[in-house]
Design a protein around this ligand. Structure first.
Ligand code: NDP
Length: 289
């Protein structure tokens, strides 16, 4: 049985690596090493120094941005072995990842971008969607090892997975913000947010924001921290790069990026992305309730 390795035991990586460890011998490394030791104790993975990760046949990364992926790839570079596959679950940057793939190819290492959607809950359940960029052969090789996934879609060559992920998250951002604006106006008119959502969610205006995020996190005032606002703003920046690279018309997505940049400045990058609606609430002088 091949040995796997997972780098980056954050909100997503920790549960994703657990699914690997349940199915294959799995090495784990994390910058804050206590998390790796905790993972070892909890799931029977093996916490190792970064250099030992190079011994795995398939290396997974789930780091904040492509910058950190490049950093660990450079640290590991002298030790990497030909025939290794690198599955990058980071929501990363297409162009920089294509350059990284070329650099790894010189060592005989095959890089695939494989970002995920489905959130922390999906990572825990093992029901993530994976969008893969890479050759058909490489996708076929690693596909059976994506134990955290329910759906895997090969979307194109290296970089295509990152591009699809960025656009998906731009749509999440649009839906969340737009729903917030609309519901706040209805609340001002005396319609409760709960009643408004009851209608919207049985109608054509619904989205994951209205069906899940707003009812479970805003109406309850729970605002759990699962996906940092700073990471969503990062994804909006990547989406802009994709749109501008193709000279695609995108006034709405451009504006969306601006409002989330504003929310990040006002609220802080470490806040949960759903808390962006708190800025709208502040402007409106009332809560979504
Ligand atoms: P977290 O901030 O929870 O975790 C980040 C991980 O990266 C931690 O393990 C952290 O280590 C590590 N890390 C940060 N900087 C460095 C560095 N310089 N060198 C080495 N390791 C580093 O992020 P998430 O798990 O939420 O997100 C990871 C990726 O997944 C992002 O690209 C995000 O956009 C994407 N994503 C997130 C989703 C979510 O719902 N949270 C959903 C889908 C995709 P340490 O423990 O030491 O801080």
């Amino acid at each position: 049985m091949e040995t796997l390795a997972f780098i980056g035991l954050g909100a997503m990586g920790y549960p994703m690596a657990a699914h690997l460890a349940k199915n294959r011998p799995t090495l784990v490394w994390n910058r804050t090493f206590e998390k790796a030791l905790k993972h070892q104790a909890e799931y029977g993975s093996r916490a190792v120094p970064l250099e030992e990760v190079a011994e795995a046949e398939v290396i997974f990364t789930c780091l904040p941005t492509t910058k950190e992926v490049i950093e660990v790839a450079e640290a590991l570079y002298p030790l990497l072995r030909a025939g290794t596959y690198w599955v990058d679950a980071t929501s990363g940057e297409p162009e920089a990842s294509r350059r990284l793939a070329e650099r790894l190819e010189a060592k005989g290492v095959v890089y695939l971008d494989a970002p995920v959607s489905g959130g922390v809950a999906g990572a825990e359940r093992g029901s993530l969607t994976v969008m893969m960029g890479g050759s058909e052969e490489a996708v076929q090789r690693v596909r059976p090892l994506l134990f955290y996934a329910q759906k895997v879609v090969h979307v194109g060559p290296v970089g295509a997975g990152h591009a699809v992920k960025a656009i998906n998250n731009a749509l999440l951002a649009v839906n969340l913000w737009a729903a917030g604006e609309g519901i706040l106006a209805l609340v001002a008119q005396g319609v409760s947010a709960e009643r408004a959502l009851e209608v919207i969610n049985a109608s054509s205006g619904r989205s994951n924001a209205t069906e899940t995020l707003i009812p479970e996190r805003v109406l309850t005032r729970a605002f759990p921290k699962t996906f940092a606002l700073g990471l969503l703003v990062k994804d909006l920046g990547i989406a802009m790069g994709v749109l501008e690279g193709e000279k695609a018309p995108a006034p709405l997505l451009r504006l969306t990026r601006e409002v989330y940049e504003m929310a990040k400045r006002e609220l802080g990058a470490e806040k949960d992305h759903v808390e962006a609606l708190r800025l709208l609430e502040r402007w409106a002088g009332r809560a979504i309730q």
